[in-house]
Design a protein around this ligand. Structure first.
Ligand SMILES: NC(=O)c1ccc[n+]([C@@H]2O[C@H](COP(=O)([O-])OP(=O)(O)OC[C@H]3O[C@@H](n4cnc5c(N)ncnc54)[C@H](OP(=O)(O)O)[C@@H]3O)[C@@H](O)[C@H]2O)c1
Length: 396
């Protein structure tokens, strides 16, 4: 979309802390015809009220425009301070800049707690955890200490996500699983509860180390009904999925009474997920980007080592991580980079007061695409998923 077309549509999004460096008061961005992100300075944004038909983060006022992510500054709801948020189809807000808690080997609770308190001091309010990561307890201790220290005034200032591990992906185990997560988190509710993978594993399988026979058929309909029950009981303000393809989302939407609010998936400049993001945008499902730095935690260097992103970072005086994160931010997704280092936490948070140029975005759009998390752990030549292509429904 060219500059001319930006006129008259810049009243929907308000990103805090804009500076002169932004260059213009309004900008509309397009990545290969996909999600647009509009940026406007100094205007208030009307509260978006989701309707059944029209999901919130694709709403644009006054006239809806397809594929436009609505980034709002909270005017009447200061839960997340000045952070940019989008409204999910559940009507709840999600801060776009979050942080992850997965690390291996599993860190001591004290280390995790300190990293989370550091993140809160930097300004993060959105934390991604999971039963799999064994990070719920550390996060719970950190939240309790943050409240005690006055770092946050109330638990409502936080957006906390956790996930149902695959060993509990059957209807009768969902409610006990979230109750156990809430016990560890010392919370009455989570903001977002996700089905971690579209996979069911035998009860005793607590991580991804499994044999062929440990993988059981997943009854998505009844498992999702149990997720809906979790929401109705108020134990999760929003419910969603993770690692779902367009095909699996289509299957789920065919029988869901409550549509998933979020699909948390791998996304970064080297795996841009254009098709999935377009699909989710159409269906009103917000995309949250995991491994937004290219899963460096797990030894991958495809994003931080990418020559083109390094060149852009060098020319712009930003870090490579910042370029990757700003790119994701400009696509309208939420981001959950993990760092247990306060300096890098600060760096990853400092992506709001500058932007990528059209040329830089176009260059990033040319990067050859490659999924990192192919999940070989679940693939067996004579098992339920015989190849990564089968596991990912050909969306490779
Ligand atoms: N739903 C899922 O299936 C799924 C899968 C994977 C991850 N996740 C979630 O997404 C989160 C993030 O994903 P991820 O951990 O795989 O990968 P990532 O966020 O792409 O990368 C994290 C790694 O990058 C390093 N790092 C952070 N900031 C940096 C910077 N500014 N410069 C250089 N290095 C930096 C971190 O090290 P330091 O800590 O030393 O800074 C860590 O090793 C996880 O923690 C988890 O919550 C979800």
């Amino acid at each position: 979309m060219g500059g001319e077309e930006t006129k008259g549509v810049a009243d929907a999004i308000d990103v805090p802390h804009q500076t002169e460096e932004m260059g213009s008061a309004e900008a509309v961005r397009s990545m290969g015809g996909n999600t647009l992100v509009k940026v406007v300075i100094g205007e208030k944004v009307k509260e978006a009220v989701p309707t059944k038909e029209e999901k919130c983060d694709t709403q644009v006022e006054p006239q809806p425009q397809e594929g436009v992510a609505q980034i709002e500054k909270e005017d009447n709801d200061q839960r997340f301070g000045s952070q940019p948020t989008v409204t999910l189809n559940s009507g709840r807000k999600i801060p776009l800049l979050g942080t992850g808690t997965a690390s291996f080997p599993i860190p001591p609770i004290e280390d995790l707690k300190n990293a989370i308190l550091d993140a809160m001091e930097v300004g993060y309010r959105h934390f991604d955890s999971a039963a799999l990561y064994q990070s719920e307890e550390g996060l719970g201790v950190a939240i309790a200490e943050a409240l005690e220290k006055g770092l946050i005034k109330s638990r409502d200032e936080l957006f906390i996500t956790t996930k149902l591990w695959c060993n509990n992906a059957c209807p009768e185990r969902v409610l006990p699983a979230i109750r156990e997560s809430l016990r560890k988190l010392k919370l009455e509710y989570v903001d977002l509860y996700l089905i971690h993978f579209p996979v069911r594993l035998k009860e005793g399988i607590l991580d991804t180390t499994c044999e062929k026979d440990d993988i059981l058929p997943l009854d998505m309909k009844s498992t999702w009904e149990a997720m809906e029950e979790v929401h109705k009981l108020g134990l999760a303000k929003s419910i969603g999925v993770s690692n779902f393809t367009c095909k699996k989302l289509t299957d789920l939407l065919a029988h869901a009474k409550i549509p998933p609010a979020v699909n948390q998936v791998e996304m970064h400049p080297v795996w841009q997920q254009k098709k999935l993001r377009d699909f989710c945008s159409d269906k009103g499902i917000h995309v949250s980007a995991y491994s937004p730095l290219g899963a460096k935690e797990w030894g991958f260097d495809v994003v931080l080592g990418n020559a083109l992103i390094n060149d852009i970072a060098h020319a712009k005086g930003k870090s490579v991580a910042q370029i990757a994160l700003r790119w994701g931010f400009e696509q309208g997704v939420s981001l959950i980079p993990k760092s247990f280092n306060k300096g890098r936490l600060k760096q990853n948070f400092a992506i709001l007061d500058w932007q990528l140029t059209e040329e830089e975005l176009q260059k990033i759009g040319t990067i050859p695409q490659k999924r990192i998390a192919t999940m070989p752990e679940f693939i067996f030549p004579d098992g339920m998923f015989k190849s990564p292509e089968e596991f990912w429904d050909g969306e490779m």
